[in-house]
Design a protein around this ligand. Structure first.
Ligand SMILES: Cc1ncc(COP(=O)(O)O)c(C=O)c1O
Length: 396
C-alpha cells in the first residue's frame, strides 16, 4: 500500500502537478498486490465475477475487425450503438429515450470523469452519497475538486438516505451530487420518491445530479430497476451512467455509456475528442451485439448474483457477530460488520493470509465504513460456498 504512495511521491519530484501526488492510490489492487492471479486465492475483492462475456460478443468484435471497423469514429459513439441503447432504454423504462441523449464512453468510469470535467473546476466541490464505490471521489480529486460525503445510515430497514445530510453538505460551490442506486457496496436501492426529491433539490440550486445505474439490470425478481430518467425532463441537469461491465460481464472491454440532456451532445463530443477521442470502434460493435442479443445473458447474470447473495447471506446471517441489515435485493455484493473486528483493513490482510480468500475493507467506500467488509458474490456456487466456509472460520 505504501509503495503506491511512494511511487506517486517520486513522480511529484519529477514534475507532477500539485495536489496529484497527495492522492493515495490505495485501492483493492494495492491490497491484492502480490496475490493477484494466485490460483490458491478465491478473489471476492473486485467487483467482477468469474464468468467471461458470452462468446457471441467476442465474435461480433472479431467480425467488426474483419469488416474493417478499425478507424477513428464518431465521438459520441457509433450511430448503431447509440440507436440500440436508445431503444434499450425506451423498452425498459416508461420514457422514450432518443439517441441524441446517448454518449458511448470508455467505461462507466470514463463517463464519470467526463461528467466531472464538464461540470467542475478547481475550488468547486461535489457531494457523494456513500458508502459507495470509491472512484467517483478519486475522479473528482484528480480534477482538483473537493469531495464531500453524505453517508447513508444502516437502520433496521436497511441503508437509508437522509436528504438533510446532502443539503447540509452543499454550498454555493457545489456543482454536482452523485449517488449509485442500486449501490456498490450496499446493494441498497434509494426509494424513487427520495431520488425525485433529490432531483428537485438539485434543480432548485442549479446543481447537476449524477445517478449511477450500473446495477440497473441486477435487481432481483425484476427485469430492471426503477430509473430516475422516468421522472425527469430531458433537459434536467441529470446524467445517468451505465456500463457493460456487470450485466454483460465485460469488465475488461472498457465500454459504458451515459444518458444526458440532448443539448449536451456537442460538449460531450468535444470532451471525448480531447480525452480519448472515442471508444474503440470494434468494441462498440460488440456493444451492439450485447445490447440487442444479450438479454438471456443479462438474466443469467442476475440469477447468478441472486444465488450468490443467498449463499453469502445464509452463511453470514448464521453468525451472531455479523451485522448486516436486510439481505440486498440487488447488485453483486454483501457488506457487513463483524463484532470485535473494528479495523477491517488489517483484518482483510490477515484473512487473506489465513484463508486465501480476498475480500475488500470498508474504508475504500467512504469514511464511517472502516469496520465493514465487502465481498463480491458473483461466483460459482461451489467456489463461493468454499470461500464462505473459509471465512466462517475467522468470523465465527
Ligand atoms: C457503482 C459503480 N459504478 C461504476 C462502475 C464502473 O464500471 P466500469 O467497469 O464500466 O468502469 C462500477 C464498477 O465497479 C461501480 O460499482
Amino acid at each position: 500500500m505504501d509503495t503506491a504512495r511512494l511511487d506517486l511521491a517520486a513522480l511529484a519530484v519529477s514534475g507532477v502537478r500539485p495536489g496529484i501526488a497527495d492522492i493515495p492510490l490505495e485501492n483493492i489492487s494495492t491490497l491484492a498486490k502480490g496475490r493477484l492471479g494466485d490460483p490458491s486465492v478465491i478473489p471476492l475483492w473486485f467487483g467482477e465475477g468469474d464468468v467471461p462475456a458470452p462468446a457471441f460478443i467476442g465474435e461480433a468484435m472479431i467480425r467488426a475487425v474483419r469488416d474493417g471497423h478499425v478507424f477513428y469514429t464518431h465521438q459520441n459513439g457509433i450511430p448503431e450503438l447509440r440507436a440500440a441503447l436508445a431503444d434499450y432504454h425506451t423498452r425498459l423504462g416508461a420514457t422514450p429515450i432518443t439517441s441524441d441523449r446517448i454518449t458511448v464512453t470508455t467505461s462507466g468510469m470514463h463517463a464519470l470523469m467526463m461528467t466531472v470535467l464538464m461540470t467542475c473546476g478547481a475550488g468547486d466541490n461535489i457531494v457523494i452519497v456513500d458508502p459507495v464505490w470509491p472512484n467517483m471521489g478519486g475522479t473528482a480529486r484528480v480534477a482538483g475538486v473537493e469531495v464531500r460525503q453524505a453517508r447513508m445510515d444502516l437502520t433496521q430497514g436497511g441503508w437509508t438516505l437522509d436528504l438533510g445530510k446532502v443539503a447540509a453538505a452543499m454550498d454555493d460551490k457545489t456543482r454536482l451530487v452523485f449517488f449509485a442506486s442500486p449501490g456498490n457496496p450496499t446493494g441498497a436501492m434509494i426509494p424513487m420518491e427520495t431520488q425525485v426529491e433529490l432531483l428537485a433539490m438539485c434543480r432548485a440550486r442549479g446543481v447537476w445530479l449524477v445517478a449511477d445505474e450500473v446495477y440497473h439490470r441486477m435487481v432481483f425478481g425484476r427485469d430492471a430497476g426503477p430509473t430516475l430518467l422516468d421522472h425527469a425532463d430531458p433537459e434536467d441537469r441529470l446524467i445517468v451512467t451505465h456500463s457493460f461491465s456487470k450485466s454483460w460481464a465485460m469488465t475488461g472491454w472498457r465500454i459504458g455509456w451515459m444518458v444526458h440532456p440532448p443539448s449536451l451532445g456537442p460538449t460531450l463530443a468535444m470532451i471525448t475528442q480531447y480525452s480519448n477521442s472515442g471508444v474503440a470502434t470494434f468494441i462498440q460493435h460488440a456493444g451492439v451485439a450485447a445490447v440487442t442479443e444479450g438479454e438471456w445473458f443479462v438474466e443469467k447474470m442476475r440469477a447468478y448474483c441472486e444465488t450468490g447473495v443467498g449463499i453469502a447471506c445464509d452463511a453470514l446471517e448464521a453468525l451472531p457477530r455479523v451485522r448486516m441489515g436486510p439481505r440486498p435485493r440487488a447488485g453483486m455484493y454483501a457488506f457487513f460488520e463483524v463484532d470485535g473486528m473494528p479495523d477491517a483493513r488489517a483484518a482483510c490482510v490477515e484473512i487473506l493470509q489465513k484463508t486465501n480468500v480476498g475480500i475488500a475493507p470498508g474504508f475504500f467506500f467512504g469514511p464511517g465504513s472502516e469496520s465493514f467488509f465487502r465481498i463480491c458474490v458473483c461466483r460459482s456456487a461451489d467456489s463461493l460456498s468454499e470461500a464462505m466456509g473459509r471465512l466462517m472460520t475467522v468470523f465465527s
